[in-house]
Write a protein that binds this ligand. Structure first.
Ligand code: NAD
Length: 256
């Protein structure tokens, strides 16, 4: 049980982050949510489990706001034991026309934010004598797809950062690991399905089938609930010696 522990999950007002926050809350952890959109709905969703839940509106593209988020989580909630770096954005374009401002934004949110939250919260975990850092990378941390230069570079970077932090914490009760999901049907992917349907003049249903068939051998989406269960496992004593892992849950994507 994670009762008495507190988890900060970045980008947790929607999709995978909300699914992981829900699973950690069901296991008993208090939750600090972060992200944009329907915050009241996300808070209400988490509070149905009976745990305490807060929201902090930090924009993770801004290091000063990450400072404020970590200070809030450390001081207003009783302390942070579990950090799930989940916030992420996508931008799809060939490198020749990839807008430099989008490159900077994808790198800031998907990679640099993981550096900042980790460096700011690790001392607290060491002091509390236990901790978990779980980075939500992607199959795109392990392999590439065309049109996703910034995202693929950032996610490969997240896996390198994960391994480094795992080594720097190897002699401690803090672990650091990454989860590499394949396709999950969230707003981030719904946008790519819509773009695909429009570009190819096909139905959204056909675009969804094509998207899965191209990369994910199972033909099924991974769910936020399945990813949440893996995060809960990584927080359990059974995972004390799982360190620096890059754990795929991808319907066979990276087995090819
Ligand atoms: P999503 O768009 O549903 O959710 C993203 C979350 O991040 C939202 O809560 C949003 O408000 C928040 N967010 C966005 N920009 C932010 C910012 N600047 N500051 C703070 N919060 C911000 O996306 P998702 O599909 O649930 O993706 C979550 C993570 O999982 C991302 O890191 C993504 O790269 C990764 N991922 C997704 C898939 C997939 O198929 N959906 C696959 C592999 C990895």
């Amino acid at each position: 049980s994670l009762a008495g522990k507190t988890a900060l999950v970045t980008g947790s007002t929607s999709g995978i982050g909300l699914g992981i926050a829900q699973a950690l809350a069901e296991a008993g952890a208090n939750i600090v949510l972060n992200g944009f959109g329907d915050i009241e709905a996300a808070l209400a969703h988490i509070r149905t489990t009976g745990v305490r839940a807060w929201h902090n509106p930090a924009d993770l593209s801004d290091p000063a706001q990450i400072d404020a988020l970590c200070a809030f989580a450390a001081h207003e909630t009783g302390g942070v034991d579990i950090l799930v770096n989940n916030a992420g954005i996508q931008h799809v374009a060939p490198i020749e026309t990839f807008p430099p401002a989008q490159w900077d934004k994808v790198l800031a949110i998907n990679l640099s934010a993981v550096f900042h939250t980790s460096r700011l919260l690790l001392p607290l975990m060491r002091q509390r004598g236990w901790g978990r850092i779980i980075n939500i990378a992607s199959t795109h941390g392990l392999v590439a797809s065309s049109g996703k230069s910034a995202y693929v570079a950032a996610k490969h970077g997240v896996l390198g950062l994960t391994k480094t932090v795992a080594l720097e914490t190897a002699h401690s009760p803090v672990t650091c690991n990454a989860i590499c999901p394949g396709w999950v049907l969230t707003p981030l992917v719904a946008q790519q399905i819509a773009d695909r349907a429009k570009a190819q003049g096909i139905s959204p249903e056909q675009a969804q089938r094509d998207l899965l068939a191209e990369k994910q051998p199972s033909g099924q989406f991974v769910t936020p609930q399945q990813l949440g269960a893996l995060a809960v496992f990584l927080c359990s004593p059974a995972a004390d010696e799982v360190r620096g892992a890059t754990w795929a849950m991808d319907g066979g994507w990276t087995a090819q």
